[in-house]
Design a protein around this ligand. Structure first.
Ligand code: IPM
Ligand code: MG
Length: 354
């Protein structure tokens, strides 16, 4: 039996509400399926930690996290800490520090979850966005010389490296090859950003030559935003830069009924470092303390994490349990039309595990 050490970072806001019951579901899954065991170490990092220590995580936090097999992450963002501080001090520090260059974001319409799009049934939306996760628009290169003076200038530079672009595109091609439809769309704005995304386009063509079995398209991000609304069923795998991937995956979460059901994996494909699994929603401060946050995205992150760790049967068992609960339709949180609590949904998934 495999044993895993999982670092758990509930983080901020609803992250602190969805993470503990989701861990309890994973513990139940281990008991039921018997193919793995895991220990979960809760790390109190996030905005509360910042208020005490002036940093989102300890300076040696990455050294601590290296000892774990994977990271289970709730959410980041609070009213007391500026967003760029909480982002860079925790999530980006881990994603960039651990070279988690493929942020894999599936958007799958679950049974029993209504899409805001007309006439969409379970599975009609089944796409995956691969978001570059270590550079691009999130590099943090720039500054504000003459700050506070009339001569002030703000420079925020997106940095695209050939190696960083090539590796995420190759990862997306491999993923498209592994899915039934073998289709990959590269999304850029290279007509306006001809240097960075012009290079991206060239690399997409170069790498594509190694994947003659994958059909490809290139689409500009504004057109892709419309296509996600008009015909999401036409999409299989998308690959995009850090910022465009961020924006498109909120549309992806919206069209499958709620960002609360959308998981993601910040993957270091080489397994040189632990990967991190987090729902794509944020800390949802507006619903904190009401026990109504949707835990399904967090639970599906658990399935992605188990798949990554080499436990596909357990991952499928959890995914099936989630779909059994959504398909039954009577234990859903308010964001998807129900009146159940976070803990009630987790208890229902736990029961559905058998
Ligand atoms: C996401 C979120 C984060 C991001 C925010 C919370 C910093 O939007 O993970 O999609 O911009 O990457
Ligand atoms: Mg986002």
């Amino acid at each position: 039996m495999s044993h895993y050490s999982i670092a758990v970072i509930p983080g901020d806001g609803i992250g602190q509400e969805i993470t503990p019951p989701a861990v309890a579901v994973l513990e139940r899954l281990a008991e039921v399926i018997g193919t793995f065991s895991a220990e979960y170490t809760m790390l109190p990092w996030g905005s509360d930690y910042y208020k005490q220590h002036g940093v989102m995580m300890p300076d040696d936090g990455l050294e601590t996290l290296k000892r774990y097999d994977a990271i289970y992450f709730g959410a980041v963002g609070s009213r007391e800490v500026p967003d760029h501080v909480s982002l860079r001090g925790l999530r980006l520090k881990i994603c960039q520090g651990f070279d988690q260059y493929a942020n894999v974001r599936p958007a799958y319409l679950l049974p029993g979850i209504p899409s805001p799009l007309r006439d969409k049934q379970a599975g009609d939306i089944d796409l995956v966005v691969v978001r570059e996760n270590t550079e691009g628009e999130y590099t943090g290169a720039g500054g504000r010389p003459h700050r506070g003076h009339p001569a002030e200038v703000a420079v925020q530079t997106a940095v695209f490296t050939r190696s960083g672009t090539e590796r995420v595109i190759r990862y997306a091609f491999e993923l498209a090859r592994s899915r039934p439809r073998h289709h990959l769309v590269s999304v850029t704005k290279s007509n306006a950003q001809e240097f960075s995304l012009g290079m991206w386009d060239e690399i997409f063509e170069e790498v594509g030559a190694d994947f003659p079995d994958v059909t490809t398209e290139r689409m500009l991000v504004d057109a892709m935003a419309a296509r996600l609304v008009r015909s999401p069923e036409s999409l299989d795998v998308l690959v995009a830069s850090n910022l465009f991937g961020d924006i498109l995956t909120d549309i992806g979460g919206a069209i499958i009924g709620s960002l609360g059901v959308a998981p993601s994996g910040n993957i270091n494909p080489e397994h040189d470092y632990p990967s991190m699994f987090e729902p794509i929603h944020g800390s949802a401060l507006d619903i904190v303390g009401q026990n109504i946050a949707n835990p399904l995205g967090m639970l599906l992150c658990g399935a992605m994490m188990l798949d990554y760790l080499g436990q596909p049967e357990a991952a499928q068992r959890l995914t099936d349990a989630v779909q059994a609960v959504t398909g039954a339709g009577h234990t859903l949180t308010p964001d998807v039309g129900g009146n159940a609590t976070t803990t009630a949904v987790c208890d229902a998934v736990k029961a559905a595990l058998g």
